[in-house]
Design a protein around this ligand. Structure first.
Ligand SMILES: [Zn+2]
Length: 268
């Protein structure tokens, strides 16, 4: 009996402790949540309060950055590396730099931000050019070349040839296979640009071709026009607006289908 009373007392005191704790907890939880309405009530009707209400969330900002906004434009060769040379003194490195100006303007007109791997007659290493490309999130890489072969006045797009997807023991993609997740995207962009090039330049293929493009952890295409063998440089210069238009329209058409592959070790 006594034991029972003691138990009841013990239970009652325990119950009180629980009740008290709950009340304390409630007080702690309620007080900070009451504070903001009191503080914000005067500002809620003020213009400041209205502005604060439309500030985009960090998630919104992330979603915006995930899209395709940047084109890394690579005028190939440069410096001591003139690239292909014609008998008439035409140098590939000079032609592609001039082409890049028009390509850049056409891309900017489509709303893209353009990052160039070189601005003048310098010769960044392949690593430097890759680093420029790989530093960008939500970017595609377009390298410009002039060949010494092919039907003069035609243009071709090359994308990387297939590489089997492979991961090392840590589940990371080895550097030389890092482009594999981007092959499908590269082919899609390549086919779109090639389609527009074919409209401008007779004798050009209808779809992109495979070649070994230097490994890049991004969506990459090579655009090559023919050729340094033309006697008059003006024959090549005349192609610049069409090449610029094809790349810009191709990139714009590609933009909605750009999805960053969700693969460990791969950066967009
Ligand atoms: Zn070249």
């Amino acid at each position: 009996m006594l034991l029972e009373v003691r138990n009841i007392l013990r239970i009652r005191s325990l119950f009180l402790i629980v009740l008290l704790s709950a009340a304390l907890l409630l007080a702690v939880m309620v007080s900070p949540s009451q504070a903001p309405p009191q503080a914000s009530t005067p500002s809620a009707s003020s213009p400041q309060g209205a502005v604060a209400g439309v500030v985009p969330s960090p998630f919104g900002a992330q979603a915006q950055q995930a899209g395709l906004n940047i084109v890394v434009l690579d005028p190939a060769h440069g410096g001591t590396d003139a690239g292909a040379r014609g008998t008439g003194g035409i140098r590939e490195s000079e032609i592609v730099l001039d082409f890049a100006i028009q390509v850049r303007h056409a891309l900017e007109a489509q709303g893209f931000q353009v990052v160039q791997t070189r601005q003048g007659n310098e010769d960044p290493s392949f690593d430097d050019r890759s680093a420029t490309a790989n530093a960008q999130r939500g970017a595609v890489f377009v390298t410009l070349h002039v060949s010494s072969t092919g039907v003069p006045g035609s243009a071709r797009v090359y994308v990387n040839s297939d590489l089997p997807p492979a991961t090392d023991s840590n589940g990371m993609i080895p550097w030389d296979r890092a482009q594999a997740p981007f092959l499908d995207l590269s082919r899609k962009l390549g086919d779109l640009v090639q389609g527009f090039l074919a409209q401008h330049f007779k004798g050009s293929p209808e779809s992109a071709q495979m070649a070994t493009v230097r490994q890049l952890r991004t969506t990459a295409i090579a655009v090559e026009i023919s050729s340094v063998t033309v006697g008059d440089r003006a024959d090549l210069d005349r192609m610049a607006p069409g090449v610029a238009d094809a790349i810009a329209r191709g990139a714009a058409a590609f933009k909605p289908s750009y999805v960053v592959p969700n693969t460990r070790g791969a950066l967009p």
